[in-house]
Design a protein. Structure first.
Length: 691
C-alpha cells in the first residue's frame, strides 16, 4: 500500500538539489538582479524543503507501521569482478534522521527570511541552505560507504560555503578555512579506513562489511588489533565532523557564519552526521572492544572538555557551540558503551532543543543589533545583555524551555535521553558515568548562567563603560591575531570597525532598548518548543517506544508493574540532583549575587585561565602545526636553494661553459677538423706508450 512512497523516496535529496541548481544558475546569469525576486525565490526553496519534509514523515509513519526496509540500487561502475552500486535505502534509522533533518531545515529556512532580510547575499544564502539540505539528505539515504563518503564531502563543502558566507570579514574567512582543513584530517583517516575495510571484506555495504569483518576476526584470519585500527580510522571522520577531541577546534570558530546555519549545521544536522555514521556502521564497531572503548572515552572526554570551556564563555553563540560539542560527546559515549538507542535518542532530542537555542540566540542578536549596531562583538556578548525577558518575552520563554531541556530537568526531552545514556554508561563502566554525571551538573550551570545573564536582571546594553571594555578586549585580540608590532592602535581600530560593518549592509543602532523579533523568526521557536518538551516521552525507560523502533531486540517492553523504579529513581535522581545544584549555583551568582564569580576566578586563577583559553589547545596546535609547518617549510626552502638549486645551477653553468668553449671548434673548415683528429690520435698514442 505504501510502496509508491518508497519508489519516489529519491525525490527527498533531489528536490532541494533541483532548487539550489535553478537558483544558482539564476545567480550566475543575472547576478544581483535576482535580489528583487528574493521573496519568491525563498518561498520556492522553502516549499521544496517542505515537500521533502512531508514525504519524510510519510516514510517514518510507514516504518512505524511495520513496513520492511526498502533499498533501491542501480549499477554505477564495473571493472571485472568489481561492481559498485548507487541508490537509496529507507529503514528505521533513515526514516528518523530524514524527519529530524527536514523539520529543522524547514524551520531554519522560514526563520532565515527574517534574520537575513536586509542582507545583500539573501538569495545566495538560500541557495547554499538548499544545497546543504540536499547533501545531508543524500548522506542519510546512502546505502553504502562510497555514497556516504561522496555526500560526506558535499556536506563539508556546503559547510565551508556557509561558515565563510560573510567572506569579506577576515574572521569568517579564517573560520571556514580552519573548518575545512581540520575536517580534511579526519576525512583522510576515514577514507583510509573505508579502503582498508573494503580490502579486507570486499564490500562497501554496511551490514555485509560488519558481518564479514566479525567472521574474519572470529576465525583468526584477521587480528582484532588490525580490525580495530581500520574501525578507528573510519571513526576519525566522525571525530572531525562531530567536533570530538582532538579535532573539535573548528566548531567554535564556525560561529562566524550567520546564526541560521549554526542552528542547522552546528546543532542538528552536519555535526550529527558523525554520530549517524557510527550508528549506521555499528556492526563494524560493536564486535571490537578496543574500538568501542576509543569511541566511549573520546565521547566522555569531549563532553567534559566542552562543558568545562562553556562555563567561561561570554559570546552567546560560542557558549552554545561548546555546549553542542559536549552533547555530541554524550552521544558518542552512548554508542561506545553499546547504547545504540540511547545515542540516537539524544541525537533526536538534542537536535530540536539545540536548534531552538541557536535560533533563540539569533533572535537575541537581532534585538541587540537595534541597540549596539551591527557589531558582532557587542551584539553577541552576554555582558551587554540582561533583562531581555521584558523586551523579548517569546524568545525568553522558548530559550528557557531549551535551557531546561538541555539541563536534564524532567519532563523535558533532554532528561529522558541523557538519563538513558548515563544509565547505560554506569552499567558498562562507572568511571564513564562519573564523567557524564559531573558534566550534567556543569551543563546546567553554564546554561542557566547564559539564561540569567541574557534575560534576567537589568539591561546593560547602554552601559558605555562595558561597551568600551569589550571594544578594548577586541582590539587586544586583533593585536594578538596579527602579531606584536604588526599594526599600530589606529590601524587596529580601523580593522575592528571594518569587522563590525562588513557583515551586514543595514544601518547601525537606532533604539535604546531591544525589541522582539518578527513573527517569521519567533514562529519557528514556538514550533521547536513543542518537541523540546514532549518528544522525550516516546523514550521513557518504562515505555521506550523509541528504542523498540530504532533498535528492535524482539524482547517485550516491561510494563509499569515490572519496571525497576528503585534503580530509575537512584540514577535519574542523581542526575537531576547535580543539575539542580548547578542551577542553584548559577542563581546565587548571577541573580542574587550572593556568590561573586570574579572572586572564585581569582582563587582558582590557573583553572579559570585554562577554561577561558579553551585548554590552550588552539595555542598548542598553532605552535606545533602552524609554526612547525612554517619552520619545516623554511628549512625545505633553504635546502632547495642551497642543494637542489645549486645542482641545477651548476649543471647549467657547466653546460654553458662547455658550449661556449666548443663553439670555437665549430669553424666549418675540413683542415681544422683533420688537425684536431690528428692531435687526438697523437695524444692517445703518446698516452698508450707511456702506460
Amino acid at each position: 500500500m505504501m510502496e509508491p512512497i518508497y519508489q519516489y523516496a529519491w525525490l527527498i535529496p533531489v528536490l532541494p538539489l533541483l532548487g539550489a541548481a535553478i537558483i544558482g544558475i539564476g545567480l550566475l546569469l543575472f547576478g544581483d538582479k535576482t535580489y528583487q525576486y528574493r521573496k519568491s525565490i525563498s518561498g520556492f526553496l522553502v516549499f521544496l524543503v517542505g515537500a521533502t519534509m512531508v514525504l519524510s514523515f510519510a516514510l517514518l509513519w510507514s516504518q512505524v507501521q511495520g513496513h520492511a526496509p526498502y533499498t533501491a540500487l542501480s549499477e554505477w561502475a564495473t571493472a571485472g569482478d568489481f561492481h559498485l552500486k548507487m541508490g537509496y535505502t529507507v529503514d528505521h534509522l533513515t526514516a528518523m534522521m530524514l524527519v529530524v533533518v527536514t523539520t529543522v531545515a524547514f524551520l531554519v529556512m522560514v526563520y532565515t527570511d527574517g534574520y537575513m532580510s536586509h542582507d545583500p547575499g539573501y538569495v545566495r544564502f538560500y541557495s547554499y541552505l538548499s544545497l546543504f539540505s540536499s547533501s545531508m539528505l543524500g548522506l542519510v539515504v546512502s546505502p553504502n560507504m562510497v555514497q556516504i563518503y561522496i555526500f560526506w564531502e558535499l556536506v563539508g563543502m556546503c559547510s565551508y560555503l556557509l561558515v565563510g558566507f560573510w567572506y569579506e570579514r577576515k574572521a569568517a574567512a579564517a573560520a571556514c578555512q580552519k573548518a575545512f582543513v581540520t575536517n580534511r584530517v579526519g576525512d583522510f583517516g576515514m577514507l583510509l579506513g573505508i579502503l582498508a575495510l573494503y580490502a579486507l571484506t570486499q564490500t562497501f555495504e554496511f551490514g555485509e562489511m560488519g558481518d564479514r569483518l566479525q567472521t574474519l576476526v572470529q576465525s583468526g584470519s584477521l587480528s582484532a588489533a588490525l580490525a580495530s585500527l581500520c574501525a578507528i580510522l573510519i571513526f576519525l571522520g566522525p571525530v572531525a565532523k562531530s567536533a570530538q577531541f582532538p579535532l573539535h577546534v573548528w566548531l567554535p570558530d564556525a560561529m562566524e557564519g550567520p546564526t541560521p546555519i549554526s542552528a542547522l549545521i552546528h546543532a542538528a544536522t552536519m555535526v550529527a552526521a558523525g554520530v549517524f555514521l557510527v550508528a549506521r556502521i555499528f556492526p563494524v564497531f560493536e564486535g571490537l572492544p578496543v574500538a568501542m572503548n576509543v569511541i566511549a572515552w573520546t565521547g566522555a572526554f569531549t563532553a567534559f572538555l566542552g562543558a568545562s570551556i562553556a562555563i567561561t564563555q561570554n559570546d552567546i553563540k560560542k557558549g552554545l557551540a561548546y555546549s553542542t560539542m559536549s552533547q555530541l560527546g554524550y552521544m558518542m559515549m552512548a554508542l561506545g558503551v553499546g547504547s545504540f538507542g540511547g545515542g540516537l535518542f539524544h541525537l533526536m532530542t538534542h537536535a530540536y532543543f539545540k536548534a531552538m537555542l541557536f535560533l533563540g540566540s539569533g533572535s537575541v542578536i537581532h534585538g541587540m543589533e537595534a541597540v549596539v549596531g551591527h557589531d558582532p562583538v557587542l551584539a553577541q556578548d552576554m555582558r551587554l545583555m540582561g533583562g531581555l525577558r521584558k523586551y523579548m518575552p517569546v524568545t525568553a520563554a522558548t530559550f528557557l524551555i531549551g535551557t531546561l531541556a538541555i539541563s536534564g530537568i524532567p519532563p523535558f526531552a533532554g532528561f529522558w535521553s541523557k538519563d538513558e545514556i548515563l544509565g547505560s554508561a554506569f552499567a558498562v563502566n562507572p568511571a564513564l558515568w562519573v564523567i557524564g554525571w559531573l558534566t550534567a551538573g556543569i551543563t546546567a550551570f553554564y546554561m542557566f548562567r547564559m539564561y540569567f545573564s541574557t534575560f534576567e536582571g537589568e539591561f546593560r546594553g547602554n552601559d558605555a563603560e562595558i561597551r568600551q571594555q569589550l571594544k578594548n578586549e577586541n582590539l587586544q585580540k586583533l593585536g594578538l591575531a596579527f602579531g606584536p608590532g604588526a599594526m599600530n592602535s589606529q590601524e587596529l581600530t580601523l580593522e575592528a570597525e571594518h569587522e563590525a560593518e562588513a557583515h551586514d549592509a543595514d544601518h547601525g543602532a537606532h533604539s535604546e532598548f531591544p525589541h522582539e523579533s518578527p513573527l517569521v523568526m519567533i514562529a519557528p521557536l514556538m514550533v521547536l518548543a513543542v518537541p523540546s518538551v514532549l518528544i522525550g516521552l516516546v523514550g521513557t525507560p518504562f515505555a521506550n517506544y523509541f528504542e523498540e523502533f530504532i533498535h528492535p531486540t524482539g524482547e517485550a517492553m516491561p510494563t509499569l508493574a515490572e519496571f525497576d523504579w528503585t534503580e530509575f529513581v537512584l540514577m535519574a535522581g542523581s542526575s537531576v540532583a547535580i543539575a539542580v545544584v548547578g542551577i542553584v549555583l548559577a542563581y546565587l551568582m548571577y541573580i542574587k549575587r550572593k556568590i561573586d564569580p570574579a572572586a572564585i576566578a581569582r582563587k582558582i586563577q590557573p583553572l579559570y585561565q585554562l577554561s577561558l583559553n579553551k585548554w590552550y589547545i588552539d595555542e598548542i596546535y598553532h605552535t606545533v602545526f602552524v609554526q612547525g609547518t612554517l619552520r619545516l617549510a623554511k628549512q625545505v626552502l633553504s635546502a632547495d636553494i642551497k642543494f637542489v638549486d645549486g645542482i641545477v645551477n651548476l649543471t647549467g653553468l657547466a653546460t654553458m661553459v662547455s658550449g661556449e668553449g666548443l663553439k670555437y671548434f665549430e669553424t666549418g673548415r675540413a683542415q681544422f677538423y683533420a688537425l684536431i683528429i690528428f692531435a687526438a690520435v697523437l695524444g692517445i698514442a703518446i698516452t698508450s706508450s707511456v702506460i
